[in-house]
Ligand binder design. Structure first.
Ligand code: SF4
Ligand code: SF4
Length: 382
């Protein structure tokens, strides 16, 4: 399949990966034969091939998801039966994940959908909450036909008659191998599964121990995160929240050969002033240059991107959030050995958690990377 992503789009790792996958699809349609939603609904937009086209259009044009696209992507069961029949090895799973996170970031669902998804994300991954909800659903089943939303009716109808209590074999322990132990595995007992049918883990443990495998149920394990991941949620980075306060950063500059040519510490005093985020940066260089200062003024645009300016920045900087990453692009007059060069900065921030960021900047001249900057940033509070 021909794709037309721009060079800037392809610099984003998730887009580059989706581009490769899209290009591997030869639109033969073999996948439609094994797709349950296509078999039942008979609409090309509810087939893997149709969804691939919808995803391509949305990503290539950097278009916010619309209700029609969301409907067809939501109907995908994520069963991946299509991947088993694809002769071209199209990695549909990654495309689907990418589409769902794009939808989550760009589409505002109706209020009821948002409440429903929020509730499911807070119940299903926690077995004790899920058991309680299943008990309530069993009682609420009699009201099922009165429910206004068909999804609620379907959920109530699916509630099992028997709610299984927590099983002993799922508790943290080591299940000894039968005979001589040949191997040792850690078993994730899961979340929703053990509330619905504890026999699945029991059968897995029986099979493994019979084959001479010691099975360890680790302490403190929980949901793997698949439920919220398949809802399209990713840890997101909020630039304003992170930088509204004091941040300390430690960085190095490496030349093209990887040699460290500078070390520095930056103290950033951030504040929201009207509709601007103002970052007052004080750089303390270890080698030679002493202390320098820069003040960034950043504004949020209507489409969620940022525009920034600072004294030594040529023109305006533009910033775009990508899930837990943030990309800032700008040009700067860089002083090197008494001369000044106009260079381009391709600046990437990656959120580790709410108080920690990693930053990688690529300093380019004529499109070639001349130096790289790596910075570790830690939020110190207000
Ligand atoms: S079978 Fe594979 S190559 Fe053919 S249309 Fe489906 S995804 Fe594309
Ligand atoms: S994951 Fe399943 S439902 Fe979705 S397109 Fe593939 S076969 Fe169809």
């Amino acid at each position: 399949m021909k794709t037309e992503f721009t060079a800037e789009q392809l610099a984003i790792p998730a887009i580059a990966r989706s581009n490769e996958i899209l290009r591997s699809c030869v639109h033969c349609g073999f996948c439609t034969a094994t797709c349950p939603t296509y078999q039942i609904l008979g609409d090309e937009m509810d087939s893997p091939r149709g969804r691939i086209y919808l995803i391509k259009d949305m990503l290539e044009n950097n278009r916010p998801a619309d209700a029609e696209t969301v409907k067809h992507i939501d109907r995908c069961l994520g069963c991946l039966a299509c991947m088993t029949t694809c002769p071209s090895g199209v990695h549909y799973a990654h495309l689907l994940d990418h589409a769902r996170s794009h939808i989550e970031a760009t589409y505002k669902r109706p209020l009821f959908d948002r409440v429903l998804r929020w509730t499911l994300a807070r119940i299903i991954p926690y077995p004790s909450r899920f058991r309680l909800a299943l008990r309530a659903a069993r009682i609420g089943r009699i009201l099922g036909p009165l429910m206004p939303d068909p999804r609620l009716r379907a959920m109530l109808a699916l509630a099992p008659d028997r709610i299984v209590p927590p099983a002993d074999h799922d508790r943290p322990q080591t299940h000894a191998a039968q005979g001589t132990a040949r191997k040792r595995v850690a078993l994730m007992t899961g979340c929703a599964q053990k509330a619905l049918d504890s026999e699945i883990n029991a059968a897995t443990i029986r099979l493994l121990t019979r084959l001479g495998v010691e099975v360890v149920i680790p302490e403190g394990e929980g949901c793997c995160g698949a439920i919220v991941h398949h809802m399209g949620r990713e840890p997101t980075f909020n630039l304003v929240e992170f930088f509204d306060g004091k941040v300390t950063a430690w960085g190095i500059v490496q030349n093209r050969s990887g040699e460290v040519v500078q070390r520095f510490i930056v103290n950033i005093d951030g504040s929201v002033q009207g509709d601007e985020l103002v970052l007052d940066e004080t750089f303390q260089y270890i080698i030679g240059e002493g202390v320098t200062e820069r003040v960034w003024r950043l504004q949020t645009n209507i489409d969620g991107t940022f525009t920034g300016s600072a004294g030594d920045i040529a023109g305006l900087a533009t910033g775009t959030a990508h899930g837990n990453a943030f990309n800032f692009v700008y040009e700067m007059d860089l002083a090197v050995d008494g001369a000044t060069y106009l260079v381009a900065f391709d600046d990437w921030f990656f959120a580790i958690d709410e108080t920690t960021l990693m930053n990688r900047s690529y300093i380019k001249k004529f499109g070639l990377v001349m130096a790289e900057v790596t910075i570790f940033m830690q939020r110190q509070g207000k």
